[in-house]
Design a protein around this ligand. Sequence first.
Ligand code: GCO
Ligand code: CA
Length: 254
Amino acid sequence: MTALFSLAGRTALVTGSSRGLGRAIAKGLAEAGASIVVNGLDAEKCRQAALDMQAEGISARPAAFDVTDEASVTAAFQQLDDDGVEIDILVNNAGIQLRKPIVDVSAAEWQKVIDTNLTSAFLVGREAAKRMLPRGRGKVVNIGSLMSGLGRATVAPYTAAKGGIKLLTQAMAAEWAEHGIQANAIGPGYMITDMTEVLMSNPQFDGWVKARTPARRWGRPEELVGAAVFLSSSASDYVSGQIIYVDGGMSAVL
Ligand code: GCO
Ligand code: CA
């Protein structure tokens, strides 16, 4: 049973893993046996996060690069190739939020949210898959959101990007499943992170989340680990193109 979920001998690249949900997912994958490639934009933060993980006994290395920039992504994978690092598991987690009414969103703001939350998954996913395809094995886990299937006022660019993530995941599954690569997604609900700090500290929003979520509470980042390990392990070898909502039941009810 444990072998089914073991990630021993596997290497996982988790984008945006120097903090937040990405960091929690990276640590969870490491607990299941994976070596971690820590990614973020800031080289120093990446290096520090990798050092922190190493101090906890995790095999981790930093790879700071801009997931929205094609040249940076291809150069980073070239460097991993040169260092003999094979990515068995890719978690496309990097993301940002922007909360504004649609009529106040500039084209540049729109583009930045789309690039960071959606185009990044294509760019990094493409480079990872180019290497997984010849090996006939690999796992891609895209981080979606409740907003992969539902809208909410003031987060249109994020919603469009996360909706895109759900269908990009299906498109990846359509092309890669026959080659032994499973692409799936996780749709987190309202989780306790820096990104949602401003929402949690608003009593009205906090009350709305608790009333609207059958579990009656916010989620903890570590609560994504079960789904992440499942979708990264052999346990999910016949699961392709799915999004698993880890949301305390929020998307199940009105
Ligand atoms: C928001 C939040 C989102 C959600 C998350 C729910 O403004 O609605 O910031 O980031 O927390 O995506 O799935
Ligand atoms: Ca290996």
